[in-house]
Design a protein around this ligand. Structure first.
Ligand SMILES: *[C@@H]1O[C@H](CO)[C@@H](O)[C@H](O)[C@H]1NC(C)=O
Ligand SMILES: *[C@@H]1O[C@H](CO)[C@@H](O)[C@H](O)[C@H]1NC(C)=O
Ligand SMILES: *[C@@H]1O[C@H](CO)[C@@H](O)[C@H](O)[C@H]1NC(C)=O
Ligand SMILES: *[C@@H]1O[C@H](CO)[C@@H](O)[C@H](O)[C@H]1NC(C)=O
Ligand SMILES: *[C@@H]1O[C@H](CO)[C@@H](O)[C@H](O)[C@H]1NC(C)=O
Length: 429
């Protein structure tokens, strides 16, 4: 497909990223910007199938792709911490040689500190949704267990929003619902006085079990906000006018225990080379962009026909691509299979992985390094003793867009820019 190469400039920069056809001068670092550390929670054990199921739930995706024959497969022993809440049936699932995709006690890998009315909670920053909701004193005691709880009665700045409710639900009925107020929300020093804070009165068990996170900060567009009768703006939208530049830069880092979110500035010290400017279509409320081509390793450029569009989502762990991309990628990995019993693509850990380059916008190609594509070990084939790994790239099961989560975002410096809107992508420094 030689014609495709004409449209995508490819520039190989170190391990990771990008190419920009036109040089965009990076903005100068100015005064009004605010940074918050993003912390990897203690004791986090990656569990690929659980991460995939969480993403499918979030976007109401029904898994349609069928796996090949199941291996005689033994799952690795994760720490008891990670598997503390799996079901009894799942614990016994090795008896007949298959492993169920069990949920870990927490799916949230990263959280960051947010102050609400002076009370600090660790929340999950999610560029794939638009509600700021928290665990709070209205929840039943059982649901509060292990969580940091926001208490509006102890905040002098909290105000009820009369009659306002919210209800976020996902495909399987998981979600959160409750009522709404406003309070002073401060993230890394950036402060919004009357930010809508959604107070859950019900949360589904997945959120209850995930004690590392006490709620979400939605950072997509407010057309996705679920507050009724009046939709509310996100923290990012509210703070934008106070910032030097209306941007949120995510520097998530794959190798260190933390990363950061920075509001208000594009920090040239945090990336090398040029920042590619990708235009965003926010008509669905997401940070969505064209992604209609890919190539594997040094292979030919191929077209993506099934879901030639993608969203950038910090709230999703894996990188979910069009089924044709996932199939083509794992065809190049020795011994890889789409395992129904595990729930996703796995391969012998000893196999070599090629890089995956995928279009971001219509003139840039991002190369995802193999280090992040190798998500985690997952188990062992009993008959051969071969250890298997779970891929960081998985199929989106034919959903309407591809979901580029942490696996993709961690390998880049990413700027969510309300001008345009647009996304800036560069190789991290
Ligand atoms: C799990 O397997 C053990 C040993 O075979 C059995 O005693 C136990 O009842 C099983 N538990 C469940 C929930 O099936
Ligand atoms: C194996 O065990 C799992 C979990 O108990 C069960 O869902 C599945 O049907 C079993 N498969 C076979 C082939 O017996
Ligand atoms: C999820 O998808 C199903 C089937 O496509 C649909 O009936 C249902 O309304 C969807 N649920 C949500 C919350 O979007
Ligand atoms: C993937 O990770 C496993 C476990 O850390 C490691 O043994 C294996 O060599 C890695 N594979 C590649 C291709 O990086
Ligand atoms: C990216 O492009 C948009 C629209 O074309 C523009 O408004 C924005 O300032 C650009 N971003 C950067 C960082 O140059």
């Amino acid at each position: 497909m030689a014609f495709l190469s004409i449209f995508y400039t490819i520039l190989l920069i170190t391990t990771a990223v990008l190419s920009a056809p036109a040089t965009l001068p990076a903005a100068k670092l100015k005064g009004r910007s605010f940074e918050v550390q993003r912390v990897r929670r203690a004791g986090y054990v990656p569990h690929g199938p659980a991460a995939l199921r969480k993403a499918y739930r979030k976007f109401n995706i029904t898994a349609t792709h069928l796996g090949l024959e199941a291996l005689d497969f033994e799952p690795i022993k994760l720490t008891s911490n990670a598997l503390g809440t799996q079901s009894a049936a799942a614990k016994n699932s090795t008896e007949n040689g298959t492993v169920a995709a069990v949920a870990t006690s927490g799916d949230t890998e990263f959280v960051a500190a947010v102050s609400i009315g002076g009370q600090t909670l660790m929340l999950d920053f999610d560029t794939g949704s638009s509600d700021l909701w928290v665990f709070n004193t209205q929840l039943p005691a059982k649901a509060q267990n292990g969580h940091t709880i926001y208490d509006p009665s102890k905040s002098t700045t909290f105000q009820e929003m009369d009659g306002a409710t919210f209800d976020i639900s996902y495909g399987d009925g998981s979600g959160a619902a409750g009522n709404v107020g406003t309070d002073v929300v401060n993230i890394g020093g950036a402060s919004v006085n009357k930010q809508a804070v959604e107070l859950a009165t019900e949360v589904s068990s997945a959120f209850v079990q995930d004690t590392a996170s006490n709620g979400l900060v939605g950072l997509a567009f407010s057309t996705l906000n679920t507050v009724q009768p009046t939709q509310q703006q996100t923290f990012f939208e509210n703070i934008a006018s106070q910032l030097d530049e209306p941007v949120l830069a995510a520097s998530l880092k794959s190798d260190s225990s933390s990363g950061s979110y920075q509001f208000g500035t594009i920090d040239t010290a945090k990336f090398t080379g040029e920042l590619a400017n990708i235009s965003v279509d926010n008509s669905n409320g997401f940070w969505q962009f064209d992604s209609a081509a890919f190539k594997i390793g040094d292979g030919d450029m191929q077209a993506i026909t099934q879901s030639p569009t993608a969203i950038a989502d910090t709230g999703t762990t894996l990188m979910l691509v069009s089924p044709e991309v996932a199939a083509a990628y794992y065809e190049q990995v020795q011994g890889a299979q789409d395992s129904e019993s595990v729930g996703g693509y796995i391969y012998p850990c000893s196999s070599e992985l090629p890089t995956l380059s995928i279009a971001v916008g219509n003139s840039n190609l991002a190369t995802v390094p193999t280090s992040v594509l190798n998500y985690s070990t997952i188990g062992m084939d009993r008959s051969t003793g071969e250890e298997y790994c779970y891929g960081g790239v998985q199929s989106n099961s034919g959903s309407e867009f591809q979901i580029f989560g942490d696996v993709f975002l961690k390998s880049m410096y990413v700027v969510f820019d309300q001008r345009g809107p647009s996304l800036g992508l560069a190789t991290p420094a």
